[in-house]
Write a protein that binds this ligand. Structure first.
Ligand SMILES: [Zn+2]
Length: 137
């Protein structure tokens, strides 16, 4: 399978910490120092109170499966069927991602199943956080 035609995210100054974290094996979120809100996607101000007093931190990588849909059509870089999932991070925010390490079927993809982050390196600039079923769950 070739990934050369797969659409890739483009890091921006506001999201660079996120991509740097993924490349380093960390899922980085941001937390507001004024109201304690944890949020995603990356932005330089708090979505709850608009404070710019925000900090980046490494999340636990733990999540549960919130919702998903299964695509059956071929898209460059993906082999159907594949699931596009929304996971609920342990820290609160939700994240759209892929689920790896299990069949892409409704039987295998159980809502609320425990997941753990993993990282898929696409190229030198982009490593994608994906999720896999938690071991021993
Ligand atoms: Zn805030």
């Amino acid at each position: 399978m070739s990934d050369t035609t797969r659409a890739k995210p483009m890091p921006t100054p506001e999201t660079q910490h996120y991509w740097d974290g993924a490349a380093a094996g960390e899922l980085r979120l941001q937390r507001c120092r004024d109201c304690a809100k944890v949020y995603f996607p990356p932005r330089p101000f708090c979505p709850a109170c608009a404070s710019r007093n925000v900090a980046v931190f490494a999340a636990s990588g733990k999540a549960t499966l919130y919702s998903y849909l299964i695509h059956h059509r071929a898209v460059p870089g993906f082999t159907p069927p594949y699931a596009i999932a929304v996971v609920q991070l342990a820290e609160g925010p939700r994240l759209m991602t892929s689920i790896i390490g299990c069949p892409q079927t409704p039987e295998a993809l159980q809502l609320d199943m425990p997941l753990q982050v993993a990282f898929q390196k696409l190229d030198d600039k982009i490593t994608l956080p994906v999720f896999q079923p938690s071991k021993g769950a």
